[in-house]
Design a protein around this ligand. Sequence first.
Ligand SMILES: C[S@@+](CC[C@H](N)C(=O)[O-])C[C@H]1O[C@@H](n2cnc3c(N)ncnc32)[C@H](O)[C@@H]1O
Length: 270
Amino acid sequence: MNPNKALWEKGDFTRIAETMRESGEMLVQRLGITKGLKVLDLGSGDGTTALPEAKLGADVLAVDIAQNLVEAGNKRAAAQGLMNVKFQEGDAINLEQLSDKEFDLVVTIFGTMFAPKPFDVAKEMVRVTKPGGRIVMGNWIPNDPTLVAQILKISSNYTPPLPEGFVSPMSWGIEKNVIDRFSAAGIPKEKISFARDTFTFNFPGTPSEYVDEFRNFYGPTMNAFEAAEKNGKAAELQKELEELFTSQNQSGSTERTSIPATFLRVTVTV
Ligand SMILES: C[S@@+](CC[C@H](N)C(=O)[O-])C[C@H]1O[C@@H](n2cnc3c(N)ncnc32)[C@H](O)[C@@H]1O
Protein backbone atom coordinates (compact mmCIF):
# COMPACT_ATOMS: atom_id res chain seq x y z
CA MET A 1 0.00 0.00 0.00
CA ASN A 2 1.23 3.50 -0.90
CA PRO A 3 2.05 5.08 2.52
CA ASN A 4 0.89 8.51 1.30
CA LYS A 5 -2.53 7.05 0.46
CA ALA A 6 -2.65 5.00 3.67
CA LEU A 7 -1.95 8.10 5.78
CA TRP A 8 -4.97 9.98 4.44
CA GLU A 9 -7.34 7.01 4.29
CA LYS A 10 -6.58 6.43 7.96
CA GLY A 11 -9.14 8.05 10.21
CA ASP A 12 -11.61 10.44 8.67
CA PHE A 13 -10.34 13.79 7.46
CA THR A 14 -13.95 14.96 7.00
CA ARG A 15 -14.11 15.44 10.79
CA ILE A 16 -11.34 18.05 10.55
CA ALA A 17 -12.55 19.50 7.24
CA GLU A 18 -15.91 20.26 8.90
CA THR A 19 -14.05 22.83 11.00
CA MET A 20 -12.47 24.49 7.93
CA ARG A 21 -15.51 25.15 5.72
CA GLU A 22 -15.93 28.90 6.33
CA SER A 23 -12.33 29.75 5.48
CA GLY A 24 -12.51 27.44 2.46
CA GLU A 25 -15.52 29.37 1.13
CA MET A 26 -13.86 32.72 1.79
CA LEU A 27 -10.67 31.73 0.02
CA VAL A 28 -12.58 30.55 -3.05
CA GLN A 29 -14.50 33.87 -3.19
CA ARG A 30 -11.15 35.56 -3.86
CA LEU A 31 -10.05 33.28 -6.72
CA GLY A 32 -11.89 35.15 -9.48
CA ILE A 33 -14.02 32.14 -10.42
CA THR A 34 -16.47 32.67 -13.25
CA LYS A 35 -19.17 30.45 -14.74
CA GLY A 36 -17.75 27.64 -16.86
CA LEU A 37 -14.14 28.08 -15.70
CA LYS A 38 -12.41 24.69 -15.83
CA VAL A 39 -11.00 24.02 -12.36
CA LEU A 40 -8.91 21.14 -11.07
CA ASP A 41 -9.01 20.91 -7.26
CA LEU A 42 -6.09 18.69 -6.38
CA GLY A 43 -5.74 16.99 -2.99
CA SER A 44 -9.35 18.08 -2.69
CA GLY A 45 -10.29 16.05 0.36
CA ASP A 46 -14.09 15.98 0.58
CA GLY A 47 -14.45 19.35 -1.13
CA THR A 48 -13.82 22.20 1.31
CA THR A 49 -12.81 24.35 -1.68
CA ALA A 50 -14.14 22.22 -4.57
CA LEU A 51 -17.81 22.62 -3.58
CA PRO A 52 -17.61 26.43 -3.23
CA GLU A 53 -15.85 26.55 -6.63
CA ALA A 54 -18.76 24.61 -8.16
CA LYS A 55 -21.29 26.85 -6.41
CA LEU A 56 -19.71 29.79 -8.22
CA GLY A 57 -20.41 28.03 -11.53
CA ALA A 58 -17.00 26.52 -12.30
CA ASP A 59 -16.75 23.14 -13.97
CA VAL A 60 -14.78 21.30 -11.27
CA LEU A 61 -12.81 18.07 -11.26
CA ALA A 62 -11.68 17.20 -7.72
CA VAL A 63 -8.86 14.68 -7.49
CA ASP A 64 -7.64 13.07 -4.28
CA ILE A 65 -5.50 10.05 -3.42
CA ALA A 66 -7.82 8.89 -0.61
CA GLN A 67 -10.70 6.71 -1.76
CA ASN A 68 -12.82 7.46 1.33
CA LEU A 69 -12.54 11.22 0.78
CA VAL A 70 -13.44 10.90 -2.91
CA GLU A 71 -16.57 9.02 -1.85
CA ALA A 72 -17.36 11.63 0.83
CA GLY A 73 -16.88 14.43 -1.71
CA ASN A 74 -19.24 12.89 -4.25
CA LYS A 75 -21.86 12.38 -1.50
CA ARG A 76 -21.56 16.00 -0.33
CA ALA A 77 -21.87 17.25 -3.93
CA ALA A 78 -24.99 15.13 -4.52
CA ALA A 79 -26.54 16.27 -1.22
CA GLN A 80 -26.05 19.88 -2.31
CA GLY A 81 -27.42 19.21 -5.81
CA LEU A 82 -24.17 20.18 -7.51
CA MET A 83 -23.88 18.53 -10.93
CA ASN A 84 -20.80 20.49 -12.05
CA VAL A 85 -18.28 18.88 -9.67
CA LYS A 86 -16.94 15.35 -9.79
CA PHE A 87 -14.52 13.70 -7.36
CA GLN A 88 -12.16 11.00 -8.57
CA GLU A 89 -9.14 9.15 -7.25
CA GLY A 90 -5.70 10.18 -8.48
CA ASP A 91 -2.15 10.85 -7.37
CA ALA A 92 -0.72 14.35 -7.85
CA ILE A 93 2.71 12.95 -8.67
CA ASN A 94 1.30 11.32 -11.81
CA LEU A 95 -1.93 12.68 -13.25
CA GLU A 96 -1.82 10.35 -16.24
CA GLN A 97 -5.62 10.33 -16.54
CA LEU A 98 -5.59 14.09 -17.31
CA SER A 99 -4.63 15.70 -20.62
CA ASP A 100 -2.14 18.52 -21.16
CA LYS A 101 -3.48 22.11 -20.91
CA GLU A 102 -6.92 21.04 -19.67
CA PHE A 103 -7.61 23.53 -16.84
CA ASP A 104 -7.91 27.31 -16.45
CA LEU A 105 -7.21 27.03 -12.74
CA VAL A 106 -5.57 24.40 -10.54
CA VAL A 107 -6.28 24.82 -6.83
CA THR A 108 -4.53 22.85 -4.12
CA ILE A 109 -5.14 23.99 -0.57
CA PHE A 110 -3.01 22.02 1.91
CA GLY A 111 -3.30 19.23 -0.66
CA THR A 112 -0.35 18.43 -2.91
CA MET A 113 2.08 19.73 -0.28
CA PHE A 114 1.54 16.29 1.27
CA ALA A 115 2.52 14.33 -1.86
CA PRO A 116 6.03 12.92 -2.08
CA LYS A 117 8.17 13.93 -5.09
CA PRO A 118 7.46 17.69 -5.12
CA PHE A 119 9.26 18.25 -8.44
CA ASP A 120 6.95 15.74 -10.14
CA VAL A 121 3.93 17.43 -8.54
CA ALA A 122 4.96 20.88 -9.86
CA LYS A 123 5.55 19.41 -13.32
CA GLU A 124 2.16 17.72 -13.41
CA MET A 125 0.30 20.82 -12.20
CA VAL A 126 1.98 22.93 -14.91
CA ARG A 127 1.34 20.28 -17.57
CA VAL A 128 -2.44 20.18 -17.02
CA THR A 129 -2.84 24.00 -16.86
CA LYS A 130 -3.73 25.97 -20.00
CA PRO A 131 -1.23 28.64 -21.11
CA GLY A 132 -2.33 31.83 -19.34
CA GLY A 133 -4.04 29.76 -16.63
CA ARG A 134 -3.20 29.80 -12.92
CA ILE A 135 -2.13 27.46 -10.16
CA VAL A 136 -3.03 28.44 -6.59
CA MET A 137 -1.45 26.54 -3.71
CA GLY A 138 -1.98 26.87 0.04
CA ASN A 139 0.99 25.56 2.00
CA TRP A 140 1.67 25.44 5.74
CA ILE A 141 4.90 27.17 6.75
CA PRO A 142 7.63 25.35 8.68
CA ASN A 143 8.29 26.75 12.18
CA ASP A 144 5.39 29.17 11.90
CA PRO A 145 3.99 29.72 15.43
CA THR A 146 0.35 29.11 14.41
CA LEU A 147 -1.78 25.97 14.68
CA VAL A 148 -1.09 23.46 11.91
CA ALA A 149 2.66 24.07 11.64
CA GLN A 150 2.83 23.55 15.41
CA ILE A 151 0.66 20.40 15.38
CA LEU A 152 2.92 18.91 12.71
CA LYS A 153 6.06 20.02 14.55
CA ILE A 154 4.92 18.61 17.91
CA SER A 155 3.72 15.39 16.23
CA SER A 156 7.06 14.95 14.45
CA ASN A 157 8.84 14.98 17.82
CA TYR A 158 6.99 11.79 18.73
CA THR A 159 7.24 9.95 15.40
CA PRO A 160 10.32 8.18 14.00
CA PRO A 161 12.55 10.34 11.73
CA LEU A 162 11.52 10.55 8.07
CA PRO A 163 13.05 7.81 5.93
CA GLU A 164 16.12 8.86 3.96
CA GLY A 165 15.21 10.73 0.78
CA PHE A 166 11.73 11.64 2.04
CA VAL A 167 10.99 15.33 1.47
CA SER A 168 9.09 17.06 4.26
CA PRO A 169 5.66 18.39 3.19
CA MET A 170 6.49 21.59 5.09
CA SER A 171 9.26 22.31 2.57
CA TRP A 172 6.49 23.67 0.30
CA GLY A 173 6.11 26.53 2.78
CA ILE A 174 9.54 27.94 1.85
CA GLU A 175 9.47 30.34 -1.10
CA LYS A 176 12.85 29.28 -2.50
CA ASN A 177 11.71 25.65 -2.76
CA VAL A 178 8.52 26.69 -4.53
CA ILE A 179 10.55 28.71 -7.05
CA ASP A 180 13.01 25.84 -7.60
CA ARG A 181 10.22 23.31 -8.18
CA PHE A 182 8.23 25.46 -10.60
CA SER A 183 11.41 26.64 -12.38
CA ALA A 184 12.27 23.01 -13.04
CA ALA A 185 8.78 22.72 -14.60
CA GLY A 186 9.57 25.65 -16.93
CA ILE A 187 7.97 28.55 -15.03
CA PRO A 188 10.13 31.67 -14.61
CA LYS A 189 10.37 33.17 -11.15
CA GLU A 190 8.56 36.38 -12.25
CA LYS A 191 5.39 34.34 -12.78
CA ILE A 192 5.25 33.14 -9.17
CA SER A 193 3.86 35.33 -6.40
CA PHE A 194 3.52 34.81 -2.68
CA ALA A 195 1.22 36.11 0.05
CA ARG A 196 0.61 35.24 3.71
CA ASP A 197 -2.98 34.28 4.30
CA THR A 198 -5.07 32.94 7.20
CA PHE A 199 -7.36 29.95 7.60
CA THR A 200 -9.50 29.81 10.74
CA PHE A 201 -10.45 26.50 12.31
CA ASN A 202 -13.84 26.62 14.10
CA PHE A 203 -14.92 23.74 16.33
CA PRO A 204 -18.13 23.68 18.42
CA GLY A 205 -16.44 22.24 21.52
CA THR A 206 -13.56 22.83 23.93
CA PRO A 207 -9.91 22.94 22.81
CA SER A 208 -9.35 19.53 24.50
CA GLU A 209 -12.27 18.02 22.64
CA TYR A 210 -10.82 19.45 19.43
CA VAL A 211 -7.45 17.77 20.20
CA ASP A 212 -9.39 14.49 20.48
CA GLU A 213 -10.75 15.02 16.96
CA PHE A 214 -7.17 15.24 15.66
CA ARG A 215 -6.09 12.27 17.82
CA ASN A 216 -8.92 10.09 16.51
CA PHE A 217 -9.39 11.26 12.92
CA TYR A 218 -6.35 13.16 11.49
CA GLY A 219 -3.81 10.72 9.97
CA PRO A 220 -0.59 12.55 10.92
CA THR A 221 -1.73 13.03 14.55
CA MET A 222 -3.04 9.46 14.75
CA ASN A 223 0.39 8.21 13.70
CA ALA A 224 2.10 10.42 16.28
CA PHE A 225 -0.14 9.03 19.04
CA GLU A 226 0.47 5.44 17.91
CA ALA A 227 4.24 5.99 18.12
CA ALA A 228 3.94 7.89 21.43
CA GLU A 229 1.81 5.10 22.95
CA LYS A 230 4.58 2.59 22.18
CA ASN A 231 7.04 4.79 24.11
CA GLY A 232 4.65 5.55 26.98
CA LYS A 233 4.54 9.20 25.87
CA ALA A 234 0.93 9.57 24.74
CA ALA A 235 -0.10 11.60 27.82
CA GLU A 236 2.80 13.99 27.21
CA LEU A 237 1.78 14.46 23.57
CA GLN A 238 -1.85 15.02 24.59
CA LYS A 239 -0.76 17.66 27.13
CA GLU A 240 1.44 19.50 24.61
CA LEU A 241 -1.38 19.62 22.06
CA GLU A 242 -3.97 20.71 24.64
CA GLU A 243 -1.69 23.55 25.73
CA LEU A 244 -1.22 24.58 22.10
CA PHE A 245 -4.94 24.51 21.26
CA THR A 246 -5.94 26.29 24.49
CA SER A 247 -3.35 29.04 24.16
CA GLN A 248 -4.36 29.72 20.54
CA ASN A 249 -8.12 29.64 21.07
CA GLN A 250 -9.56 33.01 20.12
CA SER A 251 -13.26 32.15 20.45
CA GLY A 252 -13.64 34.18 23.64
CA SER A 253 -15.19 31.11 25.31
CA THR A 254 -13.73 27.95 26.86
CA GLU A 255 -16.64 25.97 25.37
CA ARG A 256 -15.88 26.73 21.73
CA THR A 257 -12.67 26.73 19.73
CA SER A 258 -11.64 29.15 17.03
CA ILE A 259 -8.01 29.15 15.95
CA PRO A 260 -6.47 31.12 13.07
CA ALA A 261 -3.51 29.62 11.23
CA THR A 262 -1.13 31.31 8.82
CA PHE A 263 -0.24 29.78 5.47
CA LEU A 264 1.71 30.65 2.34
CA ARG A 265 -0.53 31.32 -0.67
CA VAL A 266 1.31 30.73 -3.92
CA THR A 267 -0.01 31.91 -7.29
CA VAL A 268 1.65 30.72 -10.46
CA THR A 269 0.74 32.01 -13.92
CA VAL A 270 1.44 29.42 -16.55
C1 LIG B 1 -4.97 18.33 4.73
S1 LIG B 1 -5.97 17.53 3.57
C2 LIG B 1 -6.70 18.92 2.71
C3 LIG B 1 -7.91 18.57 1.92
C4 LIG B 1 -8.65 19.74 1.26
N1 LIG B 1 -7.85 20.41 0.26
C5 LIG B 1 -9.16 20.71 2.29
O1 LIG B 1 -8.67 21.86 2.32
O2 LIG B 1 -10.04 20.32 3.07
C6 LIG B 1 -4.78 16.87 2.43
C7 LIG B 1 -5.42 16.15 1.28
O3 LIG B 1 -4.42 15.87 0.28
C8 LIG B 1 -4.65 14.57 -0.21
N2 LIG B 1 -3.40 14.05 -0.78
C9 LIG B 1 -2.26 13.74 -0.13
N3 LIG B 1 -1.34 13.28 -1.00
C10 LIG B 1 -1.91 13.31 -2.23
C11 LIG B 1 -1.47 12.93 -3.54
N4 LIG B 1 -0.25 12.42 -3.74
N5 LIG B 1 -2.31 13.09 -4.58
C12 LIG B 1 -3.57 13.57 -4.38
N6 LIG B 1 -4.05 13.92 -3.16
C13 LIG B 1 -3.23 13.80 -2.10
C14 LIG B 1 -5.13 13.81 1.02
O4 LIG B 1 -5.79 12.61 0.70
C15 LIG B 1 -6.02 14.84 1.69
O5 LIG B 1 -7.35 14.76 1.24
